[in-house]
Ligand binder design. Structure first.
Ligand code: GTP
Length: 359
């Protein structure tokens, strides 16, 4: 059994995060504030809590942001190194590209946008017990249709990889966390785009490699869409998704230092108020994510929405299931509903967008 302190962690953070635009125009997805901290902080804190010491970040899009923020990793008790793909190499290519930084024969790989509470030590134990070449964390979900389904046999050995199957034969999905034996990484083709899900894993099955699943029903959420991002952030605030970076957190809201909340404002549903943000009297925020310096004025309602850095939401505006980009200025009484995405810096006049006809 390898000591966790001796194994490497690789975190893939090079994606463009298109589904979270416009927020990802200014920051890569893993750096978006989630319950007030860059999302990646929660994942790195989990890795550190599992006793793993050495982490390699596979970066591409906005690569410099990661090193600027995390530096050597010492603040988290980690040693973090960075490898940048000049052109994105995909998830498999990204893993292959960090090979020169790996020190161990056992490598734990993480998608950098998954909020999860599984016991990482238990995943490693399965890998060792099964003498696997690769072990995937598989999580059981209610509706597996939107994900990569991974059936296993009675011994836990993976039998197929089914991408977004309409009628999946299992509720087990690929949770975006893998244990690799180093020699498998060495065999991934170098210098070209490779998908680990669509190319590497199916090829390993065809070649008869020992690919196993570690199945559980732990908390799991892919933070890739606005809906999931809002839910995941709220779950962190409410303690439904535990994070070692927010020990003991459990509440209806989380208000960061320097934020101002006027009397009579209601903050519920796992709302987070970032540093220096302001909420006016009588505003009602339910499952809202306010980035740093955002301002919500008196009587506005925000439901399940992300409000970018420095954005202003005018008095009595209604924002529901929407994403408002950094620095936007939304006038009084505007109504921005399901699926609305406002680009950074856009100004909408008072009453400029409405779904109702009252004045
Ligand atoms: P969307 O564009 O919204 O699909 O997001 P994404 O670009 O992040 O893609 P996806 O959610 O499928 O990526 C899963 C994980 O792999 C994320 O943590 C990404 O940052 C990472 N990732 C995706 N593509 C690459 C890549 O080409 N290189 C590296 N290093 N990481 C990648």
């Amino acid at each position: 059994m390898p000591d966790n302190a001796d194994i490497d962690a690789v975190v893939l953070v090079g994606g463009q995060g298109t589904r979270l635009r416009p927020l990802t125009l200014s920051a890569p997805k893993p750096m978006l504030p989630t319950a007030g901290l860059p999302f990646l902080t929660h994942l790195l804190a989990r890795i550190a809590a599992a006793g793993i010491g050495h982490v390699v970040l596979g970066t591409s899009f906005k690569s410099e942001v990661f090193a600027d923020y995390f530096g050597t990793g010492a603040d988290l008790g980690l040693e973090i190194e960075y490898v940048t793909e000049a052109e994105p190499l995909g998830t498999g290519g990204g893993i292959r590209n960090v090979l020169s930084k790996l020190r161990s024969d056992t490598v734990m790989v993480f998608n950098g946008d998954v909020l999860c509470a599984t016991d990482l030590g238990a995943v490693l134990e399965t890998h060792v017990a099964k003498e696997a070449d690769v072990t995937l964390h598989l999580v059981q979900v209610d509706d597996p249709r939107a994900y990569g389904c991974v059936p296993t046999d009675l011994d836990g050995r993976v039998t197929a990889f089914l991408e977004k199957a309409p009628d999946p034969p299992t509720d087990q999905i690929n949770a975006g966390c893998y244990v690799f034996n180093r020699k498998i990484i060495e065999e991934i083709p170098a210098g070209r785009v490779v998908s680990v899900e669509r190319e590497v894993f199916p090829a390993l099955l065809t070649a008869g490699a020992r690919v196993f699943g570690h199945v559980d029903a732990s908390y799991w959420r892919d933070m890739g869409t606005p809906e999931d991002f809002v839910r995941g952030s709220a779950d962190l605030v409410r303690g439904i998704a535990p994070s070692p970076a927010l020990p003991g957190q459990r509440g209806e809201s989380l208000v960061y230092s320097g934020a101002g909340v006027a009397p009579g404002a209601l903050l519920i549903g796992g709302t987070v108020i970032g540093r220096g943000a302001e909420v006016g009297a009588g505003a009602r925020l339910d499952g809202a994510v306010l980035f740093e310096g955002a301002r919500v004025e008196a009587g506005a309602k925000i439901e399940r929405s992300i409000i970018g850095q420095g954005t202003r939401i005018g008095p009595r505006a209604l924002i529901r299931d929407a994403v408002i980009g950094d620095g936007a200025d939304i006038g009084a009484r505007c109504e921005l509903l399901r699926g609305a995405r406002i680009w950074p810096g856009v100004k909408i006049d008072d009453g400029g967008i409405r779904f109702s006809t009252d004045v």
